[in-house]
Design a protein around this ligand. Structure first.
Ligand code: C5P
Length: 313
C-alpha cells in the first residue's frame, strides 16, 4: 500500500520506471499493489492523472479514494488521501473474498426504543455489535450495505450507509421503503415486541407509591413482513433465546417463513465481544465455533452467500 501516492509517483508506476527503491520494488513485486492518491484537486482531475488512474486499474492496481475536503494548498476538493482508519478498513476488506460482489444487503441492528412519555422509554438490551459486525463483513465481501439501526454507541462501519431510527414502527417503515431493491435482508435488530398504546404527552409525575397504568399494542413483525413480499429479498433472521435454543429456533424459522435463522443463547453473549451461534436451515442445525463477533460475522456472511447463491443458480 503506497499512501500517500503523489501524481508524479503514479505516472512512474504507469510507465514501469524503476530508478528509485520504491518504484523498483513496485515493478519487481509478486503481490497485490494498492495506491492511495494524495494531491491537489486540479492535479487529480487533470487529464494525464485520470489517464494514469485508468491505466493503473487496468494493470490490476487497486486505487483507494481519494477523499474530498480541505487541501494543504488551501483549496477544497477531490484529492485528499483517505484517513488512516479508512485505509485500514479498505486494506482489511481487500483481502476478504468477494462473495457478495455487487449484491445489495440490508441489515437491521441494535434495539428499538418505545416511548412511555417524552423522557421515558422501554427497550431491549442490545449493543448492536453483531449487526454492525455483519454490516462490516458484508461490505468487505463486496456488497452494497444499508444498515438500519436503532440507537447504539457504535460508529458506522466504513463503506456502509446507515439510517437511524428509534421505534419499531420507524424501523419497519425504513426497511419497507428499501426492501424491494435488496438481494438479502438480515434482521439482527432486537425489535421491541410491544409499544405503549397510551403514550403520555407530558412527563408522568411520580405521586407517592402510585404506579402508572400502561397498555400495550403489538409492533409489526418486520422480518415476517419482508419474508412475505412477492419479490422481496432472501431473508435471514436471528433468535436470541435463554433456553431450548434448537427447538425455539427451528420453530421460529418456520413461523417466519425464512430459509435461514441464526440462533444464540442471549445471556451468554449479550454486550460481549465474542459470541457462540448456530445456523438453522432446511437441513437442520449447524453450530459454529465460539469466536469474536467480527470473525463469526465473516463466517456467517460466507454461510449466507453460499445458501443465497444456491438459490440463484
Ligand atoms: O419474534 P422474535 O423477536 O423472537 O424474532 C427474532 C427475529 O425477528 C430477529 O431476526 C428480529 O430482528 C426479527 N424481528 C423483526 N420484527 C419484530 C420482531 C422481531 O424483524 N417486530
Amino acid at each position: 500500500l503506497i499512501a500517500p501516492a503523489s501524481a508524479d509517483f503514479m505516472a512512474k508506476l504507469v510507465h514501469g520506471r524503476a530508478d528509485d527503491l520504491l518504484s523498483l520494488m513496485c515493478l519487481a513485486r509478486a503481490c497485490p499493489l494498492l495506491v492511495a492518491p494524495a494531491m491537489n484537486r486540479e492535479m487529480w482531475s487533470a487529464a494525464p492523472t485520470q489517464r494514469n488512474v485508468e491505466q493503473l486499474k487496468l494493470d490490476g492496481v487497486k486505487i483507494l479514494g481519494p477523499g474530498n475536503g480541505n487541501q494543504a494548498c488551501g483549496e477544497t476538493g477531490d484529492g485528499r488521501m483517505l484517513e488512516p482508519a479508512q485505509l485500514l478498513a479498505e486494506l482489511v476488506g481487500f483481502f476478504q473474498p468477494k462473495l457478495l460482489s455487487g449484491k445489495r444487503v440490508m441489515i437491521t441492528a441494535g434495539p428499538t426504543v418505545e416511548p412511555i412519555d417524552p423522557v421515558r422509554v422501554i427497550s431491549n438490551r442490545s449493543s448492536g455489535k453483531t449487526g454492525y459486525a455483519l454490516a462490516r463483513a458484508a461490505w468487505e465481501s463486496g456488497a452494497e450495505v444499508t444498515l438500519i439501526s436503532g440507537p447504539t454507541a457504535l460508529s458506522t462501519p466504513y463503506g456502509v450507509s446507515r439510517i437511524d431510527v428509534e421505534t419499531a414502527q420507524q424501523m419497519h417503515d425504513a426497511v419497507l421503503a428499501h426492501a424491494n431493491n435488496q438481494d438479502i435482508f438480515i434482521a439482527v435488530a432486537a425489535v421491541a415486541d410491544w409499544r405503549v398504546a397510551n403514550v403520555a404527552t407530558d412527563k408522568l409525575k411520580k405521586i407517592g407509591e402510585q404506579t402508572p397504568e400502561l397498555s400495550f399494542i403489538a409492533n409489526p413483525d418486520i422480518l415476517a413482513t419482508v419474508a412475505k413480499l412477492p419479490h422481496g429479498p432472501w431473508c435471514v433472521g436471528f433468535a436470541a433465546e435463554t433456553e431450548r435454543l434448537s427447538e425455539f429456533a427451528h420453530e421460529k424459522r418456520l413461523r417466519k417463513g425464512i430459509p435461514m435463522l441464526i440462533g444464540n443463547l442471549a445471556q451468554h453473549v449479550m454486550d460481549a465481544d465474542h459470541t457462540t451461534v448456530s445456523i438453522f436451515d432446511v437441513d437442520g442445525e449447524h453450530p459454529l465455533p465460539s469466536s469474536g463477533k467480527q470473525d463469526v460475522a465473516r463466517q456467517l456472511i460466507h454461510a449466507i452467500s453460499t445458501r443465497f447463491t444456491g438459490t440463484q443458480a
